[in-house]
Design a protein around this ligand. Sequence first.
Ligand code: ATP
Length: 290
Amino acid sequence: MEQIRVKAYAKVNLSLDVLKRRADGYHDVRMIMQTIDLYDDLAVQKTKEQGISITANLKFLPVDENNLIYKAAKLFLDTCGISEGIAVDLKKHIPVAAGMAGGSTDAAAVLYSMNELFQTELSLSQLMEIGVKIGADVPYCLMQGTALAEGIGEKLTKLPSMVKCPVLAAKPGIHVSTAFVYGNLNLEQVVHPDIDAQIAAMEKQDLKAVAGHMGNVLESVTISKYPVVEKIKRCMKENGALNALMSGSGPTVFGLFEEEKTAKAAYQALCDQGLAKWVYLTNIYNGSRR
Ligand code: ATP
């Protein structure tokens, strides 16, 4: 095999809690991660010449060592002692810097692809060990599906698959710095989501209860600086979402719906109100990489 095509899926956080700030500057988190059916397309090809080359459909994305694809490929080649090179063509569909792990999922897809292409037969946990050196979300992006993430996000426990339902995602045209959000988080004042109750709801496949326990402590920071995030949440809820939440440090908001037709009407309402620059109607995705 000389080339492989893979889909790199986006995630949302069905809940996100921050437990404490650590001495090393990272934060201990507790989050429920969920893959959605929105993905980047990657074509990964072996090359005889050494080196890593990246092409992308978005001009503003770095295609040098600052791209997480490059970091993943370099680490993989070094770890496995491979002297050939690779070329990656990225078709980006996941919005960039949106709280949907767009870069991390591309890195995970490259690790997966290289393991196939070079027939290195690394286990999922070996790939995750490489992945965590690139970013805390990369191990989850390798695992996909429904999972509890602890530690800095790299300690993963598989959960019963989330009930499939329509998901509406919307990103306003603002840039939110993850460092700013974590830096301004006041852990004394936030309302912590009841993640154990959400897991229990998941076990019962109770979509309404899962939605009822959605919560993200980072909203307290992002929403006070960017009220548009709250407006998008409100618009989704007023238009039939069971609940709506910011994903990661934002600014993307996602809503869960019981029925496709309600989600479509909410999509239209969001577009009419012009609150978001990018609106996407999708689904929960519990499948494997395809
Ligand atoms: P997370 O949810 O993990 O916090 P995010 O979705 O908020 O991530 P990304 O889309 O991963 O953020 O992008 C963050 C930054 O990483 C961008 O400024 C971008 O320039 C850089 N970056 C590097 N590689 C990639 C990639 N393959 N795709 C997207 N962004 C990338």
